[in-house]
Ligand binder design. Sequence first.
Ligand code: 5GP
Length: 177
Amino acid sequence: MEKPKLRLVIPKDEISLKIKELSEKIDKDFDEEPIVFIATLKGAFMFASDLLKHIKNPNVEVDFVRVKSYGLSDKSSGKVELIKDIEIPVEGKNVIIVEDIVDTGLTLKFLYERLKALKPKTLKVCALIDKKERREVDIPVDYIGFEVEKGFLVGYGLDFAEKYRHLSEVYEMVKDE
Ligand code: 5GP
């Protein structure tokens, strides 16, 4: 396979500005009410880390889930599998799911319904990227970083076959014909 080309889509200064905006909005909406942030591994690790550093609310807990919906390719398998569950009880608490990217929406729907069944007080979704082109299920995203129409994105947590997660900006992977 040819070495894929990366085209810059979201530069780091835009990411940091957006993260400030999102964290201010969350702080405004919840003030000092307790919140459990649930970040989805591995893709949201960088986004969640940067976002949480800006949250001023002192009553914050952080947990992680790992949901797998993609194999080692850029096509969704359509199947969602829970690989790591939350460890903090969420019943009666405000919960915010921190997602990297919403594509078909299947992963988020699975996670949303699973967490909803645990009876949180509120359940919100914060996603870095909302990619609408292949959306199959309607799922509300309360806090959206960026809307991107299409393309396979890597960097800032997002991988292709486990590579590129460490990059500090978001790129589109452009395959050579
Ligand atoms: P969905 O279930 O919404 O189709 O996909 C959600 C998951 O698929 C995301 O959490 C992410 O892990 C992966 N995904 C969807 N679109 C992309 C993309 O453009 N790039 C990468 N690297 N992963 C994606």
